[in-house]
Design a protein around this ligand. Structure first.
Ligand code: C2O
Ligand code: CU
Ligand code: CU
Length: 510
């Protein structure tokens, strides 16, 4: 079943209202429920899970430095919506099916409020996971202005909970950004890009088995999920009517597995102004933007003088990335911009020539270097299993940086996929990527480089929390651990990998 393109308008998630706000703190409550929502006008309403009755969830907007408390409340039914594989870590038959825990991706948060995968809770907090510490999470928001997102992180079922709809934007604003006079208000729009597949009746389809089924299991995790339909902010192939002026779009890839390489079919440039962790030093004009799952790009698109034009945002990233099939005529389309609204005011917003300093972390500051491999392995059912440093989720903790210390991590990819590697708590900078001899490494555990160090792409020169670690390359990142101590995680953000062992705890110690 192929749905028509550009027949529904792009929804913009509502801004969440706090329950309480005074000069000291802000308090929100966010309910997770199951409901039906129209994802396309030719499709029956789809049963989804969302926050505050909305998929994507409402946007949480805070000011840098604002103290925010959020009570995330699980009001979901007791029955799962999508097929669970009970052989996956943390998802065994002895735990409740419907578990949730919320993580604000990219935020710097005390560990008890970070959404540790084993800190899950059920409806009414009746049952909780072993690392559950508190009902009300605390966010100090001392980060600079940036585009974050919140999503579910429950152990072993994150891929299903996020696919069911549990994701939303979390935007931090600050004074410095306001002074730049970027497009703002209704000209500042977040775009959450996802892929899904639908059953004929409009319900969400998620596979019960990989292409080559596992006969011993009724349901088995799949090595990747590639949907045949693209949604933006929860609508299939939407359109957005725009004025002939500049707009700011906060692009987020919130898909399970799919990467996007976005372009405008008008040949226009995106003016990228921000990365995962906030504004860059200078804007850059780019023809295409690659986004792995969880990566963000903050861009300005200028529709000035384009009255009457329709512009399509396209995608040409292979799936799985980078060696899979190219997208077909459907998945190569993301959404459409229609320059049909009259200009309501003179556009006085600007694309600034300089946005602020972004000091590079010096390599000499690093007190520790870690060499960490990304491997594939095979489980007892013959399924491919991706690991970090050949260790499983339950193996003893090996990454234990000291509070305030700087480290360099070498991500040595021995697999054939690009893995988007994400660290909680901190933002890092990408130092470089370098080709190396994989076979030699597998035999002798020696890194033999076969090419020069390649600096990060222009679009990655800023604060990052997720980095594409490409096959046959060593990707180096540098970061300073803090300001909190405690238990966090690092993982591949392909959710099917994360749920099946490609995630590790790490601890920041005093
Ligand atoms: Cu976006 Cu550990 O998550
Ligand atoms: Cu995160
Ligand atoms: Cu991965």
């Amino acid at each position: 079943m192929i749905l028509s393109k550009f027949v529904d308008e792009l929804p913009i998630p509502p801004i969440l209202n706090p329950r309480w706000k005074d000069q000291f703190y802000t308090y929100y409550e966010v309910n997770m429920t199951e409901f039906k929502q129209s994802l396309h006008s030719e499709l029956n309403d789809t049963t989804v899970w969302g926050y505050e009755g909305s998929y994507p969830g409402p946007t949480i907007e805070v000011e840098s430095g604002e103290k925010v408390f959020i009570k995330w409340i699980n009001n979901l039914p007791d029955k799962r919506l999508l097929p669970i594989d009970y052989t996956v870590h943390g998802a065994h038959v002895d735990v409740p099916e419907v578990r949730t825990v919320v993580h604000v991706h990219g935020a710097s948060v005390e560990w008890e409020s970070d959404g540790y995968p084993d800190a899950w809770f059920t409806k009414g907090f009746k049952q909780v996971g072993p690392y559950f510490r508190k009902q009300i999470y605390r966010y100090n928001n001392h980060d600079r202005a940036c585009t974050l997102w919140y999503h579910d992180h429950a152990i072993g079922i994150t891929r299903l909970n996020v696919y069911a709809g549990l994701a939303g934007f979390y935007i931090i604003r600050d004074h410095r950004e306001r002074l730049l006079n970027l497009p703002s208000g209704k000209y500042d729009i977040p775009l959450m890009i996802q892929d899904k597949t639908f059953n004929k009746d409009g319900s969400l389809y998620y596979p019960k088995q990989p292409e080559k089924p596992i006969p011993e299991l009724e349901t088995s995790i799949v090595p990747e999920f590639i949907g045949d339909t693209i949604l933006v902010n929860g609508k299939v192939w939407p359109y957005l009517k725009v004025e002939p002026r500049k707009y700011r779009f906060r692009l987020l890839n919130a898909s399970n597995t799919r990467f996007y390489r976005l372009k405008l079919d008008s040949g226009q440039l995106f003016y990228q102004i921000g990365t995962d962790g906030g504004l860059m030093e200078y804007p850059i004009g780019v023809k295409e933007i690659t986004l792995a799952p969880a990566e963000r790009a903050d861009v300005i698109i200028d529709f000035t003088n384009l009255e009457g034009k329709n512009i399509i945002m396209t995608n040409d990233a292979p799936a799985p990335f980078p060696t899979g099939d190219p997208p077909d005529e459907n998945t190569s389309t993301v959404m459409q911009f229609r320059v049909t609204l009259p200009l309501s005011n003179i556009d006085t917003s600007v694309i600034p020539s300089y946005m602020g300093p972004l000091p590079k972390i010096k390599e000499q500051l690093a007190s520790k270097i870690r060499y960490l491999t990304l491997n594939d392995n095979v489980d007892k059912y013959g399924r491919k299993l991706m690991l970090l440093d050949n260790k499983r989720w339950d193996d003893p903790i090996t990454e234990n940086p000291k509070l305030g210390s700087t480290e360099i991590w070498y991500l040595i990819n021995l697999t054939e996929d690009t893995h988007p590697i994400h660290l909680h708590l901190i933002n890092f900078q990408i130092l470089d990527r370098r080709d190396f001899d994989v076979e030699k490494y597998k035999k002798e555990r020696i890194i033999h480089y076969t090419g020069p160090a390649i600096p990060p792409e222009p679009q990655e020169r800023g604060w990052k929390d997720t980095v594409r670690a490409n096959p046959n390359q060593v990707t180096r990142i540098i970061m300073k651990f803090g300001p909190y101590t405690g238990l966090y995680v690092w993982h591949c953000h392909i959710l099917e990998h994360e749920d099946y062992e490609m995630m590790r705890p790490y601890i920041v110690i005093r």
